[in-house]
Design a protein around this ligand. Structure first.
Ligand code: ADP
Ligand code: GLC
Length: 474
């Protein structure tokens, strides 16, 4: 079965968050299970692209309104990622460094989708399944069915995965002319709340949609930034499939980015060596529990609560724990956190920025990982941290709820709390401090977590079963 994954991100080509990790791993594991999965993404002027060889497999021109855009489809020559990687390059529009946030990003993502459809429609590349990820490729299922240009593709099943239902990629009807000629009786399928909404259009037009955890499937009906009723109506078409993690990239036994490798059999010494490296780098004392946060500094992640919660916890437990943050995002939050550092110099430090290697070291060297997310469709951080023996402190939501069991419950190993609030975070910190004092208990929980299986094998098969249920015409 030949599957094309469409995504704006894919590790290690271009990563902003977990979407990249998933799209960089799922196809690899599908291929190991006998599929032929490939990734088609926009071209980025980034290290991976500059340092690897590509060949042009197709070129043509597409129309974005009245703009004629020359495009190329480039294929990575060696399939070294474990899948075929294709990049859509449009000089002047899709050939830049950043993934998001350009003023013309609507045009970029529409053009990316049109170039992809032109390519598979005019060449011999006919996949059995087209699997779109998030709103950046959300117009594809609609266009395949209702644009006269792509009638050849109408019978190919489409699957749409929602990694983040808060972002819809919506734009005004004034941009309808960017789409090729469509069946005008179907424009309602593009619409939500008076605009063209690619996420809503995808949910309406795909054959099946999935969310990246079972809990998130339900939560979208009550919290999806205005699409709640749509998710309620379409619920029967939805499946919750929990993400896995790439256990080759994220393996404390072999990870080249950490200070000392370690395994589930004898984690204590290796964890300690990584903590030593981390504390030395950030000027933190070694003898205290180290709580860390890694992530985008946005409200969804509860990042706005961190400064107040840490201040309160430091007052409640003076000198009893350290906190280290690795993240970037909202500029005001970045400033607030940097300022707090001056008040607690040897207990609190922040690294503002994106640093893949440092993230690995933090998962390996911290004792606890805090995730007070308001919304967490799946969350990969908690799974990485557990694999590296670091106890997750998570708010009970979305994928966090589906992957972490509180250590107070039968068979449990993590810390859970109900609310994204300063009070609940402080409560979790207090529990972490008490647990850290009981080293034997902590070591036992560490071993339980490290032995958990979060590999992609099971979830990759669940996607394959879903594809098979759509009876692709092979
Ligand atoms: P999201 O995709 O919503 O940001 P996930 O938990 O799915 O959240 O994935 C986040 C991914 O991004 C993880 O691989 C995490 O380690 C990584 N990450 C987030 N922020 C940073 C950062 N500042 N530096 C390095 N890695 C980061
Ligand atoms: C999104 C979600 C995150 C999820 C990731 C990968 O970015 O915010 O929870 O883990 O996608 O599916």
């Amino acid at each position: 079965m030949r599957i094309f994954h469409l995504s704006a991100e894919c590790y290690p080509v271009a990563k902003v968050g977990g979407l990249a990790d998933v799209v960089g791993a799922l196809p690899k594991y599908q291929n190991l299970a006998g599929m032929q999965a490939a990734v088609v993404m926009p071209y980025y002027d980034r290290k991976f692209v500059r340092e690897n060889e590509f060949e042009t497999v197709f070129s043509a021109a597409t129309l974005l309104g009245t703009r004629r855009l020359y495009f190329e489809i480039l294929k990575e020559k060696t399939d070294k990622l474990g899948f075929e990687l294709y990049l859509v390059k449009i000089p002047g529009l899709i050939d830049r460094e950043e993934v998001y946030s350009y003023p013309d990003e609507r045009e970029q993502f529409i053009a990316y989708q049109l170039a992809f459809l032109d390519w598979i429609s005019y060449s011999q590349q006919t996949p059995d399944i087209i699997h779109c990820h998030d709103h950046h490729s959300g117009l594809v299922p609609f266009l395949m069915q209702y644009s006269k240009l792509y009638t050849r593709l109408a019978r190919i099943p489409t699957v749409f995965t929602i990694h983040n239902g808060q972002y819809h990629g919506a734009f005004g009807w004034d941009k309808l002319s960017y789409l090729p000629e469509i069946d005008l009786s179907k424009t309602g399928l593009l619409d939500w709340a008076g605009g063209i909404n690619p996420l809503a259009a995808a949910v309406k037009c795909c054959w099946k949609y999935t969310t990246v955890s079972p809990s998130y499937l339900e939560e979208l009906t009550t919290n999806s930034n205005g699409l709640e009723y749509l998710f309620y109506l379409e619920h029967a078409k939805g499946y919750g499939i929990i993400n896995g993690i790439d256990t080759e990239v994220w393996d404390p036994k072999t990870d080249p980015m950490i200070a000392e490798n370690f395994s589930v059999k004898l984690p204590a010494k290796g964890k300690e060596a990584n903590k030593v490296a981390l504390c030395a780098r950030f000027g933190l004392s070694l003898d205290k529990p180290l709580v860390a946060f890694i992530g985008r500094l946005v409200i969804e992640k509860g990042a706005d609560l961190l400064a107040a919660a840490m201040e309160e916890s430091f007052n409640e437990h003076p000198g009893q724990f350290n906190f280290l943050l690795l993240g970037a995002g909202d500029k005001d939050l970045e400033q607030e956190l940097l300022q707090l550092r001056d008040f607690y110099p040897d207990q609190f430090n922040v690294f503002i920025g994106y640093d893949e290697a440092l993230a690995h070291l933090v998962y390996a060297g911290a004792d606890f990982l805090l995730m007070p997310s308001r919304v967490e469709p799946c969350g990969l951080n908690q799974m990485y941290s557990m694999r590296y023996g670091t106890l997750p402190m998570v708010r009970s939501t979305g994928g966090l709820k589906d992957t972490v069991v509180d250590f107070g419950d039968e068979g449990g190993y993590g810390i859970r709390y109900d609310n994204a609030s300063v009070e609940d975070i402080c409560g979790a910190v207090s529990r972490a401090i008490v647990l850290y004092d009981n080293n034997k208990h902590l070591q036992t929980l560490r071993k339980i977590m490290m032995a958990l299986d979060f590999s992609w094998d099971r979830s990759a098969k669940e996607y394959i079963n879903l594809y098979e249920s759509l009876n692709p015409v092979i």
